[in-house]
Design a protein around this ligand. Structure first.
Ligand code: RUB
Length: 320
């Protein structure tokens, strides 16, 4: 698919959800590299860098996006010609896409072990990783029931109930504000994540933090299903995860808003749940407590403190 087209689809949320965004971005990089009409290595590298920047700028919160783009762009390190560059990008993109799909399956296997026969599960937004746990438990023959929230303002809950319905899972569809009313009927909350910081805080769809607090108060365990590439290495350096504020028209009709000059409509798309309200983060390499986030970043993603300097050097070389 064309680079600008993919970027626009991510921006407009036609392509959405942290995992899908990451896979589409690296596929767009691969196709862009394949189609670049140049034999000059410097201009190839420059154009790839511009493409990477364009994709990363589409949505600011899902760390899967810069992590995936960077993983693929790193394959350009030391390449000597355009054909070598195209091949490196293709190999890295294809491998990322494959491992991302496998990760969702593994998360499903591991997450399903935390779901018991007869459990009632609450989920929020539309997360492939969270759904993978729920659908795997169902496939294993566990009799489960789900509460799925509406997810104002973009109603991603409709996608979730479609998937649950297709699988034949008994599902209750509720407005976001009804979570407190039903939490005592729920055995387990499972959500996805757009980013996980070094201190184990989970950034996910707006409303997740309220649900986590409600679950904590009701002593209902909260699981977060997230691939390791949702962990944010640069939070070690104090970099904060930007919370995307989307157009206010998603929340209130502009014609109504125009008649309310003293009202400021706010539309943050994500919020932050402190690690202490999360019981487990289910990744493809195992379920960990949020306090182990740094180990994932250091030991699995390979971002020890010193690694940042190396990464910045690569960024600079590609920019030249
Ligand atoms: O918050 C969202 C989607 O937000 P949006 O609809 O604004 O992109 C999802 O919970 C995470 O991205 C995880 O999804 P997945 O597990 O599919 O990566």
């Amino acid at each position: 698919m064309l680079l600008n087209e993919t970027a626009e689809q991510i921006r407009s949320m036609e392509i959405r959800g942290a995992g899908r965004i990451a896979r589409s971005a690296v596929a767009a990089l691969r196709d862009h590299a394949a189609g670049l009409d140049t034999s000059d290595t410097a201009s190839f590298l420059r154009s790839m860098k511009e493409a990477a920047d364009l994709l990363v700028a589409t949505r600011p919160t899902a760390v899967s996006l810069p992590n995936a783009v960077q993983a693929v762009m790193r394959s350009l390190e030391g390449v000597k010609g355009v054909e070598e560059g195209r091949a490196a990008i293709k190999a890295a993109s294809d491998s990322f896409i494959l491992s991302s799909r496998h990760a969702v399956e593994w998360i499903g296997e591991i997450g399903a072990r935390h779901i018991s026969d007869g459990d009632v599960i609450l989920t929020h937004c539309n997360s492939e990783a969270a759904l993978s746990c729920i659908l795997t438990a169902h496939r294993e023959g566990k009799a489960i029931e789900v509460f799925a929230t509406e997810v104002r303002p973009r109603n991603q809950g409709l996608l979730t109930i479609q998937a649950l319905n297709d699988a034949g899972i008994p599902t209750n569809f509720i407005v976001d504000s009804a979570v407190r009313s039903y939490i005592n009927d729920v055995d387990l909350v499972i959500t996805g994540a757009d980013a996980i910081t070094v201190n184990g805080a989970v950034v996910n769809k707006i409303g997740t933090a309220q649900i986590a607090l409600t679950a904590h108060e009701a002593r209902t365990p909260m699981l977060v299903a997230a691939e390791t590439y949702k962990f944010a290495p640069r939070t070690i350096l104090g970099e904060r995860i930007a919370i995307e504020e989307r157009e206010t028209a998603e929340v209130l009709d502009p014609a109504i808003a125009a008649g309310l000059p003293h009202v400021r409509v706010r539309n943050p798309a994500f919020d932050v749940t402190p690690g202490r309200y999360v019981d487990l983060i289910v990744t493809e390499i195992g379920a960990i407590p949020p306090a182990m986030a740094y180990m994932i970043i250091r030991d699995h993603l390979g971002w020890g403190i010193g690694e940042f300097h190396k990464a910045f050097e690569i960024d600079e070389r590609i920019q030249e």
